[in-house]
Ligand binder design. Sequence first.
Ligand SMILES: C[S@@+](CC[C@H](N)C(=O)[O-])C[C@H]1O[C@@H](n2cnc3c(N)ncnc32)[C@H](O)[C@@H]1O
Length: 292
Amino acid sequence: MNHKTKSFIFKSLDILPNSLGYGIYHQLQKFLNRNSVNFKVKTNGRSFEEALEILSKEAINLENKTILELGSGWAPIIPYSFIHSADAALVVTYDINEHYDSKTINKLNTYYKEHYNTDIASEKGKYALPNNVKYYPKTNLADTSINIGEHVDLVFSRFVLEHIPPEDLLKIHQNFAKILPKSAYILHMISPSDHRAYDDKSLSYYDFLKYSPEEWKKQHTKFDYHNRLRLPNYLEIFEKAGYEVISLDYDTCDKNSEKYRKFKELTLHKDFQNYTEEELLAGSINVLLKLA
Ligand SMILES: C[S@@+](CC[C@H](N)C(=O)[O-])C[C@H]1O[C@@H](n2cnc3c(N)ncnc32)[C@H](O)[C@@H]1O
């Protein structure tokens, strides 16, 4: 679906009452995701391997450990990977929305049965999740009264931080600093590019940097919110919350590429003119943090 159609649908849903808007949004997502469990397992699997590599470089072993996932998304693929492929003991997964749906989870359980000969779901609750995957939807970790109730060893997020407003990002990390053990690591995988460019190849991956905050607000809704933060903004937030960077990697943009050519065609909004090219272009950011 091209980004203009998608944007039109999201803007139409955004004017409906919240529950109706989200109801239709979920039906639409279910329809678009109807056959994609194998595909999603593959794409999540690549991120998961990358995450394990980052952790192993720091000699962080997840065996029998507890992981807190920030931003559960539509299916517990990453939690299952932590349990099945890294021998974690427990994954608690939090989301500000409730996107899980039983059909997708049943398909994922069938995938695990067929590929690994394992009956992953041992509990029948609202969703057929295993006992060691606990789902906490409609929960905001920026809320200071939250009680995690587990000794968390690692916080993990994949493609989530770019969808959280900067004020909440700071509050969430300040909260983590207060409520998690000092020994806990945090690993974030962040996609800071303009997501509309995934569907529309004519758009630059940096297209949204041409808009003022007010113009950008008109371009998106709660269904496709993107904060447009650049690498230094994230690092500032983490530092302000008391975290130090243990490892950091990100993609750069080849100067001979089409991607770079399209970036150079843009007139950046003045808010983005004081960054270096490397700071603006940094993509696929993987950052491992620990309390300083
Ligand atoms: C693009 S999805 C990524 C989901 C999943 N991590 C993945 O890799 O497929 C972003 C998810 O973050 C969630 N999210 C957005 N803001 C959040 C917040 N403040 N706290 C927790 N989850 C949040 C959204 O509801 C959505 O499920």
